[in-house]
Design a protein around this ligand. Structure first.
Ligand code: PEP
Length: 255
């Protein structure tokens, strides 16, 4: 059975004190209230990775991820952070291809394929984001866009490596806007993504691939979204900055 995951993307929010305080609240709430097989992942800014990984190390349910990594192993890339540095401070995941990275930092599918390679080679699990803009959806090319993002970003991987990837469908028009894809819209795209994975890697691997939904997910809309057949959890932005909301979203999978 594929893994259910609720992952929080803090983006560029929370200074050190606020971050430790928020994460301590999340740990306590998750410990007391989250019951089931779901995994909770928190992706803070780089500077918090080490401290939060240490705090998380006592809690089997909670893992830490970074929000990006550089595509090279090491070297003269001032200001950048490598996959091995991220791994060395205790993180397990790395978000790659978030639409904000694509939009503001010019990250292309080609570059993201390299980042995916180094992340996997290093031992990190990529949370690989895909999704269309509003204009692309209005022009009815969203399936083509997603097919290309998959083909160029991750489908070069061997089946063994692809099995380490978590996919996240994030319609750009729903990120940070308060507008959520309807459960039907999200399910339609998730089913399409799983079919694409099946076409490339076969049905067993497709059935085991975790596909998260991201885009203005909150405790109110999460139950219906997560009840869709092909939605295996969420990548949560704004609501991950509130311990109560984030925990309530994670609790949707409680057994
Ligand atoms: C995100 O940026 O990954 C995201 C889903 O943000 P929000 O939940 O705030 O829409």
């Amino acid at each position: 059975m594929r893994k259910k995951i609720v992952a929080g993307n803090w983006k560029m929010n929370m200074d050190y004190t606020a971050g430790v305080s928020l994460f301590s609240e999340v740990i306590n709430m998750v410990k007391d209230e989250v019951r089931g097989e779901q995994e909770v992942v928190v992706c803070p800014p780089f500077v918090h990775l080490h401290s939060l990984s240490q705090l998380a190390s006592q809690h089997a349910k909670i893992s830490i991820g970074a929000q990006n990594c550089h595509q090279a192993e090491s070297g003269a890339y001032t200001g950048e952070v490598s996959a091995s540095m991220i791994l060395s401070v205790g993180a397990e995941y790395v978000i790659l291809g978030h639409s904000e990275r694509r939009q503001y930092f010019g990250e292309t599918n080609e570059l993201l394929a390299k980042k995916t390679d180094i992340a996997i080679r290093t031992g990190l699990k990529p949370i690989f984001c895909i999704g269309e803009t509003l204009e692309e959806r209005n022009n009815k090319v969203h399936f083509d866009v997603i097919r290309k993002q998959l083909a160029e970003g991750v489908f070069h991987l061997t089946a063994e490596d692809f099995a380490k990837v978590v996919l996240a469908y994030e319609p750009v028009w729903a990120i940070g806007t308060g507008v959520t894809a309807s459960p039907e819209q999200a399910q339609e795209v998730h089913a399409f993504i799983r079919k694409e994975v099946e076409g490339r890697y076969g049905d067993a691997l497709a059935a085991n691939t975790t596909i998260l939904y991201g885009g203005s997910c909150n405790p109110k809309n999460a139950p219906e979204l997560f009840s869709q057949a092909d939605i295996d959890g969420g990548l949560i932005g704004g609501a991950s900055l509130k311990s109560r909301d984030f925990t309530d979203i994670a609790k949707v999978f409680n057994q």
